[in-house]
Design a protein around this ligand. Structure first.
Ligand code: UDP
Length: 239
């Protein structure tokens, strides 16, 4: 391919909801396969791909807690949900001949590898996709924070946060037709304007470690590859 990536190594964050497609729960195999193909294109042009997938299509601790469950138990269920999503994504990637490793922050011998930073970096260097599952391993955190944490740890060039819209807007573009997209935001603007891009923990972590974040639309076919080869996709958040 004549297309060159501007990034050597990325961390792609997908929400669990992104895997649902038009359903309201679970995983849509067609959506998984389309994403696997797009990720395969990145691997094909030599990009090292780390991934974090959320669990919101299955369980969220906050929602379970609102329904009466102990919050920490709910968060454990949410983290286990991310492992299921990671297994489904590995399956889709490997059916498309893309070597994939799943690591979990919670040891799960015989199912997936336990997270180990040096092993993860070795796998990334050899071109395997590495999916970091079970979030940070701790309750009260989110997979956005896990994505930023792992991205900083394994020294990616950018965290790419996939959403349902084309980036960060002045208001919800699904509700307000006059909403405009920001092309660029500083970390502090994200915090001050309370734009809800990611939780504050995640934004503070990226700010403190100068990790750029790009918010883009994964539902638009080709957007991921386009942004990696230099297209002006989404909203860039940095200093
Ligand atoms: N979770 C957690 N610690 C983490 C990451 C996730 O306890 O480090 C739990 C939390 O309950 C969360 C659920 O896992 O609601 C699923 O993650 P998240 O809500 O971030 O998924 P997404 O919204 O991206 O689908």
């Amino acid at each position: 391919s004549d297309r060159q990536s501007r990034y050597k190594r990325i961390l792609l964050k997908l929400s669990g909801e992104a895997l649902m497609g038009d359903d309201s729960f679970g995983i849509d195999p067609k959506v998984l396969n389309r994403m696997a193909l797009e990720i395969g294109q990145l691997v094909g042009i030599g990009v090292q791909v780390g991934m974090v997938i959320g669990g919101g299509n299955l369980f969220r601790g906050a929602a379970l807690s609102a329904a009466g469950m102990d919050r920490v138990t709910g968060d454990h269920m949410g983290m286990l949900a991310t492992v299921m999503n990671a297994l489904a994504m590995r399956d889709a990637l490997e059916r498309n001949n893309i070597n994939t490793r799943v690591m979990s922050a919670i040891p799960m011998s015989g199912v997936v590898d336990h997270y180990d930073r040096r092993n993860a970096m070795r796998y990334l260097n050899q071109g395997d996709v590495v999916i970091f599952s079970a979030g940070t391993g701790n309750p009260f955190f989110t997979t956005d924070s896990a994505a930023c944490l792992r991205g900083i740890e394994v020294e990616v060039d950018v965290v790419l946060k996939a959403t349902k819209v084309d980036g960060v807007y002045t208001a919800d573009p699904m509700k307000d037709p006059s909403a405009r997209r920001y092309l660029h935001l500083s970390y502090d603007e994200c915090l001050e304007k309370q734009l809800g891009v990611m939780d504050l923990t995640a934004i503070c972590l990226t700010r403190d470690h100068d990790m750029p974040v790009r918010v883009f639309n994964m539902n638009r076919p080709g957007a991921l590859v386009n942004l990696v080869v230099g297209g002006k996709e989404g909203t860039l958040i940095d200093n």
